[in-house]
Design a protein around this ligand. Structure first.
Ligand code: MOS
Length: 761
């Protein structure tokens, strides 16, 4: 199973209050020292023609017209269709696999067993529903499906663990070789017991969040085509280079023999950051069949085997003093990331100062598909737990919860030193103003009638630094065209447009004057798009490559204009003398001076061009019907920074997407396993509830531009605070606390009933 364990540790950030979270390890590729070049920087704000403007995605029309080919859309000549046979049992010994009937079916070109009945450990067992047992490739999808049904597997079903509680119970069967529960880890600062004794008010409770699946619209998988020993793989991945290395490693072939292409990608959210087992199976089928094979998962498999956000449980005791200063946070936490996978998260959420804090954590292993990094791993869980506790402490103090946050949120240690990555003290009042916080009633909407209204808020933080390993290439051709190439990938965030913006800005050209090429391991190395590192890595590095290329052009043009190259500027489609703009020539005339020899310049990441650390806040305004338990979010207000905004439109789009995903976590999404069989009862998009168009509230986004900081990644921060803000708004509306997600109608009705009956229902 090690091949599927290439997971990222969720919540790998440090506990230290205010330390910037690190991106997942995969995003921090070993940083070779960046070669030294001339000092590079962004143009002065006043000179920027594209950076920071609202620019539509260059590939928007292609996507809207269906011309953009996602991995799922790739069709190769003679291509076969692959299907997997996954275990129907969440826990079983594989006693026999008989492929013969499948092999005999007309149209079947390759069949593979992926488990070994004689094998040890995971090789001879299924540890979760969907665990891959066998694979086929056939001339049509229908034949492949039929062939899968003809494979005879003899299973010995074993007792399965469906929940963390089952895994942790004393009489649980021993399912996992290293035990069903991890050793307890301990993080602590100060003396929590003494601090709790000194507290004026204490809140005690158990808080929990559910398992959420990534539910990418494009499922996982790829198309593999061999030419002799060389493999071309079109993969739906967040990391073309990472996928290449993973595939080559699994197949034990040189990395130089694998090319990975990802032109367009339909969502990954962390689940496509590690390389995928399916693609390796696909490559093996293609080799065996001697034909290209397409193997993309179906929706059910997608829910079962491609990762999830692990559950989180926290038994908390937290205290505050009479003046509203937080004093202690003590939590015993656990959660399940499925079969052998961790469920780490860190509480208290590190934007609030609890001088004494302790977390004791255990991972419970269950018979479910292993977790993977999921958009801000660990953060939404930790945010929900911490922000809800904060509101409960505020209620005990009879203090406005916003005021409690203002008194305890991190800010620059030295107030005279403004830290642009810790702006919560500024953003909370901004958000409060926008949502109309002054109209918030203290708690429990006193209005008559079943519809109760309430407001809540929460903050977030993230790192988003660029990777020093990033490289880029820029070419200027004699006809004046510009080619910007980098082996990054557009995971739906607008990276192709970002590359073009940087190249065009640097050359003083319109966007149409440059061509951005990405999503191919034939282009220079860029890190996987995880940990929100893409914008900082790609913009900084592409800027340097383009400046290097532009300087070579300046060197060609300068003699013709009788000036030093350093006197030149590229502006408005011209190369001209900075101090005498009328002296110059058009971009095309300048490029003609190249003769037949194009310019090709590389760039290596330079740290001065980007930054790290974001801060943001979100406010929710909700209505809850206390007769039906249905919550409707009316409005979300968000104030968020991300350093220099490169493209306002796509940055806002990230925030919309994050908030909508956070809304799903707050109200709807829930992977439900049958408690006896550990099989998923809602592995589809009908009963795995996602927000639909009519569920989406008005979303009011204020992006705080910090134009001199350099860009900072934004993919993850906006998903963090939504559920916490909504949960606090719901409690404010109904006057009763729901300490678990999702805030489904039944959870809300149950909480209301418990309140009415004194908790005895
Ligand atoms: Mo992200 S969860 O780091 O792809």
């Amino acid at each position: 199973m090690a091949r599927r364990r290439k997971k990222l540790e969720a919540g790998s950030w440090k506990l230290e209050a205010g330390t910037q979270q690190q991106p997942p390890p995969a995003a921090q590729a070993a940083p070779p020292p960046a070669p030294q070049g001339p000092p590079r920087n962004w143009p002065p704000v006043a000179d920027r023609t594209l950076i920071g403007k609202s620019i539509k995605r260059l590939d928007g029309p292609d996507k809207a017209q269906g011309k953009a080919k996602y991995t799922y859309d790739i069709i190769r000549p003679g291509m076969l269709y692959g299907r997997l046979l996954g275990s129907p049992h969440a826990h079983a010994r594989i006693k026999g696999i008989d492929l013969s009937a499948a092999e005999k079916l007309a149209g079947v070109k390759a069949v593979l067993a992926l488990k070994d009945p004689a094998g040890e450990g995971a090789n001879g067992k299924a540890f979760y529903q969907g665990d891959e047992i066998a694979a086929v490739a056939a001339t049509t999808e229908e034949i492949a499906e039929d062939a899968v049904r003809l494979i005879k597997v003899e299973y010995e079903p074993l007792q399965a663990l469906a929940t963390a509680a089952q895994a942790m119970s004393a009489d649980a069967p021993a399912v996992f070789p290293k035990g069903n529960v991890s050793q307890q880890s301990l993080q602590q600062e100060g003396d929590v017991e003494a601090a709790l004794k000194s507290a004026a008010h204490i809140v005690e409770g158990t808080y929990s969040t559910q398992v959420q699946t990534h539910t990418s619209l494009e499922t996982h998988g790829g198309i593999c085509e061999w030419e002799g020993e060389k493999l071309t793989a079109w993969v739906s991945t967040q990391a073309v280079h990472g996928a290449r290395d993973g595939i080559a490693g699994s197949l034990k072939i040189p990395q130089t023999n694998v090319r990975v292409i990802t032109d367009y990608m339909g969502g990954g959210f962390g689940s496509k950051l590690g390389f995928d087992y399916q693609v390796v199976v696909c490559a093996r089928l293609a080799k065996l069949a001697n034909a290209p094979v397409k193997l993309m998962l179906n929706r059910k498999e997608e829910h079962l085997v491609t990762g999830n956000r692990p559950s989180a449980y926290a038994k908390v005791r937290a205290g505050v003093d009479a003046k509203g200063k937080l004093v202690a946070f003590d939590a015993e936490t656990w959660g399940t990331g499925g079969a052998g996978a961790g469920a780490a998260f860190r509480v208290p959420y590190p934007i609030y100062v609890f001088p004494s804090r302790r977390q004791r954590h255990r991972d419970a292993y269950t018979n479910a598909g292993p977790q993977r990094a999921f958009r801000a791993p660990g953060h939404p869980q930790a945010s929900f737990i911490t922000e809800v506790v904060l509101d409960e402490l505020a209620d005990k103090l009879r203090l406005d919860p916003l005021e409690l946050r203002m008194r305890n949120v991190l800010s620059a240690t030295d107030p005279s030193q403004e830290d642009p990555s810790r702006q919560w003290r500024k953003y909370f009042p901004m958000g409060a103003e926008k949502i109309g916080w002054s109209k918030r009633h203290p708690t429990g909407d006193p209005a008559s009638g079943p519809i109760k209204r309430g407001m809540g808020c929460a903050g977030n933080t993230w790192g988003g630094a660029g990777s020093r390993a990033t490289r880029a290439n820029c070419q200027i051709l004699p006809d004046g065209s510009v080619l910007a190439r980098i082996g990054t990938q557009d995971i739906g965030t607008g990276t192709r447009t970002l590359v073009a913006i940087v190249a065009a800005e640097t050359m003083g050209l319109p966007l149409t004057g440059v061509k951005a090429e990405i999503g191919d391991t034939n282009y220079p190395f860029a890190p996987g798009s995880g940990g929100s590192v893409t914008v900082a890595s790609v913009s900084a590095t592409m800027r340097i490559a383009c400046e290097n290329a532009r300087d070579e052009l300046f060197a060609k043009v300068a003699p013709a204009l009788g000036v030093e190259p350093s006197a030149l500027a590229a502006k408005d489609g011209r190369i001209q003398v900075k101090d005498a703009p009328s002296k110059g020539m058009t971009w095309r005339e300048a490029c003609k001076l190249l003769g037949v020899q194009p310019i090709s310049a590389d760039g290596a990441f330079g740290p001065g061009l980007s930054s790290t650390g974001t801060s943001g806040v979100q406010f929710a305004d909700v209505e809850v019907d206390i007769e039906t338990g249905v919550t409707r979010v009316k409005r979300i207000v968000c104030v968020q920074d991300c350093g220099t905004i490169m493209d306002k439109l796509t940055a806002e789009s990230q925030v919309y997407g994050g908030i909508i995903m956070g809304l799903g976590f707050a109200l709807y999404e829930n992977r439900i396993l049958d408690r006896n069989t550990a099989r998923m009862v809602n592995p589809n998009m009908e009963w795995y509830l996602l927000p639909g168009m009519s569920d989406i509230p008005e979303i009011d986004i204020t992006l705080v531009d910090q134009p001199d900081r350099g860009p900072v990644g934004l993919g993850e921060p906006p998903v963090i605070s939504t559920a916490a803000a909504v949960a606090n708004a719901v409690a404010n509306a109904i006057g009763v606390r729901v300490r678990k997600l999702p805030l489904s109608p039944d959870a809300i009705l149950q909480a209301l009933n418990e309140e009415r009956t004194g908790g005895t229902l």
